[in-house]
Design a protein around this ligand. Structure first.
Ligand SMILES: Cc1cc2nc3c(=O)[nH]c(=O)nc-3n(C[C@H](O)[C@H](O)[C@H](O)COP(=O)(O)O)c2cc1C
Ligand code: SF4
Length: 507
């Protein structure tokens, strides 16, 4: 019989196969996997895609979908008698307002083609290019050897594209140096940050590029098991990867690929929450250290890397670190920027890392209306004023103004938007997605939302008197980045747009 911990890893898949969390499926978890019924309830109820038996149509409430009228769509559906609920984000900001049907297929009232940068072989990821399955870069990497490949990654200056911008070569070297020889490679394809939908396009358009990058990384760190954690709503993306693995055949024979489906929890994008989820538990972030490179999946050294980070690897191996590095303007390489909100052609654009907002939006069809604010890197990055439109959209420059590039989900808001209301939408996201593990985040996310709603209802700025202090407590006292950044939409908006938060009597 399999060890208890390994059986537990199957819990969430079992609940999903049984149509969600019910008395019957929880009983089955106990009889089949030895997971006590109470634990099956405790774990399953954490995940929005399986926490009940009755699937409903899900309407996206991410910032871009709200800007495109998703609340109206939700109300219309309900008025027509459709069982529908609002959800945090579906990763379809370029098709706003987006809906997810009960069979997990995406619908939208947006009929335009999805935009990406036109085919250009000089782009490292080149989303519109042919996705060849020749695995030439993998062969090249094997000729070079692991040390040389890691040296190329270091020379390229590749920084993690999942949000933190951590240099990739450090993590590769760290896993390689561990004495434990059972190691894992985990690809983070959970892509849940509102405003971000780039990993989706990599998986749909260039699955072989991703698989090749994963194979190179696995060889370098001495892993044969490669786990891709794909967000549950990404059904087509999973199919695309599965098809590519089958097509690659012998080229990938040295590796075992495991496509793991998420079950609807934004926090599982955080790397240690992701590991908890893989191990069949609630996605609650772990304390670090130890870091996953030392003790990750099943307690073994694990390299966790974002889809886009890995998709940069084949070109770095094939064309050199220096070539990649010089593709950037202010920082190394190209970046897949996601543009949505009030722009003419929402989409994923591969541009030099460090372009400005104006440069990005020029490629993305221009501004719609008069731009007022933008969110440069997902909900956690807050809001910036248009006076920052010529600032480099990179890791360092955005940090200088208290914001962040995050995963590159850029959302533009024009002057038709009530900014305080947009702030409340973002705060609602964090309130709903907090895992509840630590008090500053669990209570703080509720509190700052209540105060903002109080202000919206009364126009009384006194409602917001205490939010700076609470935001500080959240930043200092939270275990993970969600709680640390969750008040950012409000504090950044108050800093850069004071007029939007004045007492009504002050005009
Ligand atoms: C709340 C939260 C959510 C995150 N969501 C994602 C995500 O959806 N995808 C991702 O790749 N990284 C996400 N991250 C970052 C991961 O924890 C981790 O840094 C990343 O997967 C490492 O890969 P990289 O170095 O290639 O960026 C998130 C972090 C936090 C704090
Ligand atoms: S900060 Fe929030 S999301 Fe992160 S561990 Fe604490 S409660 Fe969970």
């Amino acid at each position: 019989m399999e060890p208890k911990d390994v059986r537990r890893e199957k819990l969430l898949a079992l609940l999903a196969e049984q149509g969600g969390l019910t008395e019957a499926s929880a009983r089955q978890a106990q009889s089949q996997l030895g997971v006590p019924e109470a634990e099956a309830w405790g774990t399953g109820s954490f995940y929005s895609l399986i926490n009940g038996p009755a699937p409903v149509t899900r309407v996206c409430r991410g910032l871009s979908c709200r800007l495109a009228g998703s609340e109206r769509v939700l109300a219309e559906l309900r008025a027509n008698g459709t069982a529908a609920e609002g959800v945090s984000c579906l990763g379809q900001c370029d098709r706003a307002p987006a809906l997810l049907d009960t069979d997990l297929s995406v619908r939208s009232r947006e009929t335009r083609q999805r935009s990406v940068t036109p085919d250009d072989p000089e782009l490292p990821m080149n989303l519109a290019g042919a996705d060849r399955a020749d695995y030439a870069a993998l062969a090249r990497a094997r000729t070079l050897g692991s040390e040389d490949v890691i040296a190329r990654i270091e020379e390229s200056g590749l920084q993690g594209r999942g949000g933190a911008g951590f240099p990739a070569h450090f993590k590769w070297s760290s896993v390689r140096q561990q004495s434990e020889t059972q190691r894992y490679l985990v690809c983070n394809a959970d892509e849940g940050e509102p405003g971000t939908f780039k990993d989706r396009e990599v998986m749909l358009r260039r699955p072989h590029l991703l698989l090749e990058g994963l194979a190179i990384a696995a060889d370098c760190i001495g892993a044969t098991d490669i786990i891709v954690y794909i967000r549950g709503e990404f059904k087509a993306e999973r199919t695309s990867l599965a098809g590519a693995i089958a097509q690659a055949g012998d080229a990938l024979r040295d590796f075992s690929f495991h496509l793991h489906t998420g079950h609807g929890a934004y926090i599982c994008g955080e790397e240690t929450a992701l590991l908890e989820s893989l191990e069949g538990r609630r996605g609650m972030p772990r304390l670090k250290p130890p870091f996953p490179t030392e003790r990750g999946f099943r307690g073994k050294p694990t390299l966790i890397q974002n889809v886009e980070t890995i998709a940069c690897v084949p070109a770095i191996v094939a064309r050199g670190g220096d070539w990649f590095k010089h593709k950037g303007c202010s920082e190394p390489g190209t970046k897949l920027y996601c543009a949505s909100g009030h722009v003419g052609a929402p989409g994923v654009y591969e541009l030099p890392l460090g372009v400005t907002l104006d440069e990005l939006v020029e490629v993305a069809g221009g501004y719609e209306g008069t731009p007022m604010a933008f969110s440069p890197g997902g909900a956690s990055s807050g809001f910036l004023p248009m006076s920052e439109r010529t600032r480099a959209l990179d890791f360092r420059s955005l940090a200088e103004v208290g914001s962040m590039l995050g995963s590159g989900g850029v959302v533009v808001l024009n002057d038709s938007v009530n900014l305080a209301e947009a702030v409340a939408w973002q705060l609602e996201f964090f309130r709903d997605e907090s895992c509840g593990q630590c008090a500053p985040c669990r209570i703080g996310t509720q509190y700052v939302l209540q105060r903002t709603k109080g202000f919206l209802a009364s126009g009384d700025a006194d409602e917001l008197d205490t939010v700076e202090d609470v935001a500080w407590e959240m930043e200092e006292g939270s275990i993970c980045g969600l709680g640390m950044q969750a008040a950012k939409p409000l504090t950044s908006a108050m800093e850069h747009f004071p007029a939007a938060f004045r007492k009504a009597s002050e005009g």
